[in-house]
Write a new protein. Structure first.
Length: 384
């Protein structure tokens, strides 16, 4: 019996609440900066390109370190990996609260990519160890719902905190949550150390499928992460007030979070073809990205809802599909595909920021739609 097949010693609810807290803390630096982009740009004095560079650096660092972090988690275990990730993210959030210059902001934001890349494979492994197989669709949905939860919190923080006591307090509160998340990781004997990691790579066909999934996931993530980084900026550009832009981000994040949870529950109940389902979600999401290029508040709002609700709601199903493909190497396989996703997440906002600054926001969103369509075309080849 392998480690991931053993009966968990801690209830799934405890496992998933801990995973959600750690993953939210891990991605909050980048999505907090994106959600507070209007306030940060006004206070520190930088443009859309630098905002894209900050997001690109966060995911670029995560991409470069992802494979090493997966290897590390397979040796230190899920629990220690999650604790270190949460503490590291908390320290970076406190650092963001103290930034005085754009350069300082970039440095801390890029550094925050390291604990995030550690927390992802650690949380995937903890789900595999602590959640029964028939509930892992929901398990990975809860984990990936932490990302729209981070954008939701960032959106709520604009009118509730940033426009009242100041944007720095948003990061202080986020850092405090990260420390609490580190303390809340459950003690599970099966999570203290992973099963011995394989010394070789995945067999040829499986490795080829993982590579295709990594490329497709990277293309889709390139567009999806522009949502968290540039939604509030675009919302203000099409006519929303800064506080209303934060509400738009919050509402869209709720839509994405809801669809992620519902799709995970559906995967557990109906056992669909996950690759086909993800492909359909990507294609629908591309329509949302295209609508965001229209300079109309109403059309933009519809586009944001579709973008979050379909174009950025597939990651939970994606990770679930990867773990079904490589159940004996959960941390290693997910860190492999996560590398592609991180590279896309890094290059996408950077390219988006460049296009937005030199050609306008509309061409940038249309390019994002095209990248998602390409991802949807490539993904079905992984099934072969």
């Amino acid at each position: 019996m392998t480690l991931v097949e053993q009966r968990p010693s801690v209830g799934p609810a405890r496992v998933l609440s801990s995973v959600a807290a750690v993953v939210t803390a891990g991605v909050f630096p980048v999505f907090g900066v994106g959600g507070l982009g209007v306030q940060l740009r006004g206070d520190l004095g930088f443009g859309a390109a630098l905002l894209g560079l900050g997001t690109a650096g966060f995911f670029g660092v995560a991409a470069v370190s992802s494979r090493a972090m997966g290897w590390l988690v397979e040796r230190m275990g899920a629990r220690l990996g999650m604790r270190l990730a949460a503490v590291g993210s908390a320290l970076c959030l406190f650092g963001l609260a103290l930034v005085q210059t754009p350069t300082w902001l970039l440095g801390v934001l890029w550094l925050a990519g390291l604990p995030n890349s550690l927390g992802q494979p650690a949380s995937n492994l903890l789900i595999a160890q602590g959640v029964p197989v028939h509930r892992r669709g929901v398990g990975f949905a809860v984990k990936q719902s932490s990302i729209p939860a981070a954008t939701l919190l960032a959106g709520v923080a604009v009118p509730a905190v940033a426009l009242t006591v100041g944007w720095r307090w948003v990061f202080v509160l986020g850092g405090a949550v990260g420390l609490v998340a580190a303390l809340a990781v459950p003690r599970m004997p099966e999570a203290e150390r992973s099963a011995p990691a394989s010394t070789g790579d995945a067999p040829g066909p499986r490795r080829g499928a993982l590579l295709l999934m990594a490329v497709s996931g990277g293309l889709a993530s390139a567009s999806a992460n522009a949502l968290g980084a540039f939604v509030t900026t675009t919302a203000v550009d099409v006519g929303f007030s800064p506080s209303a832009a934060g509400v738009v981000l919050s509402v869209a994040s709720c839509a994405g979070l809801t669809v992620r949870l519902l799709s995970g529950a559906a995967a557990d109940r109906f056992d669909p073809d996950l690759v086909r389902l993800i492909t359909g979600m990507m294609l629908i999401g591309s329509v949302g990205f295209a609508l965001m290029a229209v300079s109309s508040p109403a059309v933009f709002l519809v586009g944001v809802l579709i973008g979050f609700g379909a174009g950025w709601a597939w990651p939970g199903l994606f990770n679930f599909a990867v773990t079904k493909l490589a159940p004996d190497r959960v941390a290693g396989a997910t860190s492999f595909t996560q590398t592609g996703i991180y590279f896309g997440s890094s290059l996408g906002p950077l390219a988006f920021g460049f296009l937005a600054e030199h050609f306008g926001l509309a061409p940038a969103w249309l390019s994002a739609a095209g990248a998602v369509v390409l991802a949807a075309v490539l993904l079905p080849f992984a099934r072969r």
